[in-house]
Write a protein that binds this ligand. Structure first.
Ligand SMILES: C[S@@+](CC[C@H](N)C(=O)[O-])C[C@H]1O[C@@H](n2cnc3c(N)ncnc32)[C@H](O)[C@@H]1O
Length: 302
């Protein structure tokens, strides 16, 4: 194993890689903090580690500023440790095969009851403000890719608490969110009570059979494919085929995070195999966000 950089030497080894990524700017401060909280035994340990890193760091001022930003975030969000741990106690986030779709629905029912914001976006640390900022950043990127507009019909696979339906409904003609978790959908319906063009449906999680061919202009899957992949590669492939079926010609599929395997080349290869002859790859493996390290795949139906 190589020697750690000198400023990391006094810090427990399990935190070093994330701190180095944070300092170098490869990980946004809130995402790095999420990883540190995942590793930490208690909130005090996370605080000690961040303080020690800021104290020991001797390099570039911009790098030190990133370390300090994560430490400040930790101070401003004392609820973050409990929120992150509550979700992780219920939902498996690593590569290990999760239970079937029914098991995932139960896990998300429980997670959303414990920590609504963290259950859909762990990197928002349980903070409604961070969730709002991260949501609007995604909406801005989708807009900059020319995917939104007053005439568009949009389907989100795995809509969670409906943050994207709330944000996108004013931008499009119809916004439909589907999910396997009844508790997620209950929150989504409450959140979007004032959005008359937003609708929600509990689905089997096995396909998009509830929808006709060529009925949407845009299909979104924001941090939901990792759970399809966990439930089985065939389920993920079937959803790409199904997305192609329900898209109109010229429509788009955007998958933000395909898996949590940390292997973008493998993600790309599996997406391409399922999309073959149905959808063209427009963007593969970009990380377009400031508040999230989500990996973007954008496909289009010619
Ligand atoms: C991490 S959350 C993301 C929610 C939402 N897209 C967001 O970013 O706020 C993942 C969601 O996918 C849902 N999900 C998991 N497997 C699913 C499946 N097979 N079909 C539909 N939804 C699924 C979960 O219930 C959960 O609400």
């Amino acid at each position: 194993m190589p020697e750690p950089e000198s400023w990391l030497a006094g810090i427990p080894a399990r935190f070093r890689a994330r701190l180095a990524e944070l300092a170098s700017g490869r990980l946004p401060p809130n995402v790095a903090l999420m990883h540190i909280l995942i590793e930490a035994i208690d909130p005090q340990e996370a605080r000690r580690v961040l303080a020690a890193a800021c104290e020991a760091f001797t390099g570039d001022a911009a790098c030190l500023a990133r370390l300090r930003e994560a430490a400040d975030l930790n101070e401003r969000h004392p609820e973050a440790f409990a929120a992150v741990k509550a979700v992780l106690a219920r939902v498996v986030h690593d590569e290990a095969p999760a239970s079937d779709v029914g098991g995932l629905a139960t896990a998300f029912d429980s997670a959303v009851a414990a920590a609504p914001e963290a259950s859909v976006a762990l990197y928002t640390l349980g903070s409604p403000e961070l969730l709002r900022s991260a949501t609007m950043e995604v909406v801005e990127v989708l807009g900059s890719w020319g995917l939104l507009g007053a005439g568009k019909t949009v389907l989100e696979i795995g809509c969670g608490i409906g943050r994207f339906e709330e944000a996108l409904a004013p931008e499009v003609r119809l916004m439909v969110g589907i999910d396997v978790s009844a508790a997620m959908l209950a929150q989504a319906r409450r959140r979007c009570a004032g959005r008359s063009n937003a609708g929600f449906l509990r689905t089997s999680g096995l396909d998009l059979a509830a929808f006709s061919d060529r009925s949407f202009d845009l299909v979104l899957a924001i941090d939901s494919f990792p759970y399809l992949v966990q439930a089985g590669a065939a389920l993920a492939a079937r959803h790409i085929e199904e997305a192609a079926r329900v898209l109109r010609p010229g429509g788009d599929l955007v998958i933000l995070n395909f898996s949590y395997r940390g292997d973008p080349d493998r993600d790309r290869a599996e997406i391409l195999a399922a999309a073959q002859g149905r959808l063209e790859l427009v963007r593969a493996g970009e990380r377009p966000f400031r508040l999230w390290d989500g990996l973007a795949f954008h496909l289009s139906k010619g």
